[in-house]
Write a protein that binds this ligand. Structure first.
Ligand code: ADP
Ligand code: MG
Length: 251
């Protein structure tokens, strides 16, 4: 049996001494990381520092080489764990929107609900419309992705993830592929989710967003967590030279 820790007061995500190699390249060098229920954690750091790999390990899109990862107290590195069950609790939004191009917005939102959640069509449609409303796209349900802006497509991707009723949302640079004028709408949706108490892990280069919306900022460099803390501390008064150098380039 997989180890299950007490279900009360456990972190949403708990990563312990996580190591990840790609071949001989050690890209995560013993990461300890957690996200508490209802917490918004922003992960920042230079390109190649291992942010995406960490995020992808959390639902085992990447196999950890060593270490343990608990999602709501369930050890997902245990071979006995029902991975599909754990993955169903985690919504993920990537830089690329990954919508099905041949399906309408509404169908993009109902397909997985009907297949994985076994919802009836009418229930799936109701939930889809509720979430399209939430991301400000109630009027675009009949559109195909190619007819939407990048920002709209990303908001559809968020609504699609929300339609699966996740306990937490992981975002990997959700605004990095967008034209600058489209970034604000997507961040606005994420801010709303944060206000509603959604548990979120967000890899981002949007330092203003991290400062205003994040409960905690985690700075990674070279496969380690260099420092973390309240956004104002990490972003305005970084303790480590590597953090200072990074921030001097991006702020
Ligand atoms: P970040 O998201 O911080 O930019 P990544 O986690 O994407 O960093 O990458 C960390 C390191 O791991 C990089 O050196 C990258 O080249 C390497 N890497 C990432 N994914 C793979 C992969 N699938 N195969 C081999 N190397 C990879
Ligand atoms: Mg990345």
């Amino acid at each position: 049996m997989a180890e299950v820790r007490s279900s009360e007061n456990v972190p949403a995500i708990q990563v312990e001494r996580l190591h990840k190699y790609f071949g001989k390249n050690e890209v995560l060098k013993g990461i300890d990381f957690h996200v508490d229920p209802g917490e918004v954690v922003c992960v920042i750091g230079p390109s190649g520092s291992g942010k995406s790999t960490l995020l992808r390990c959390v639902n085992r899109l990447e196999e950890p080489t060593d270490g343990r990862i608990f999602v709501e107290g369930i050890d997902i590195t245990d071979p006995e764990t029902d991975l599909d069950g754990v993955r169903a609790r985690i919504g993920i939004v990537f830089q690329q929107f990954n919508l099905f191009p041949h399906l309408t917005v509404l169908r993009n939102l109902t397909l997985a609900q009907q297949r994985a959640k076994r919802r009836s069509k009418s229930e799936a449609v109701d939930i889809a419309r509720h979430n399209l409303e939430k991301v400000g796209l109630a009027d675009r349900e009949g559109a195909y992705p190619a007819h939407l802006s990048g920002g709209q497509q990303q908001r559809v991707a968020i609504a699609r993830a929300l339609s699966m009723d996740p306990d937490m949302m992981l975002f990997d640079e959700p605004t990095s592929a967008l034209d600058p004028e489209l970034v604000g709408d997507v961040l606005g949706v994420m801010r709303k989710l944060a206000d509603e108490g959604m548990t979120m892990m967000i890899v981002t280069h949007e330092m203003g967003f991290a400062r205003e919306v994040g409960d905690r900022v985690v700075f990674m460099d070279g496969g380690v967590v260099v420092e973390q803390g309240p956004p104002d501390d990490v972003l305005s008064n970084p303790q480590h030279a590597r953090t200072q150098v990074f921030l001097s380039k991006v702020l």
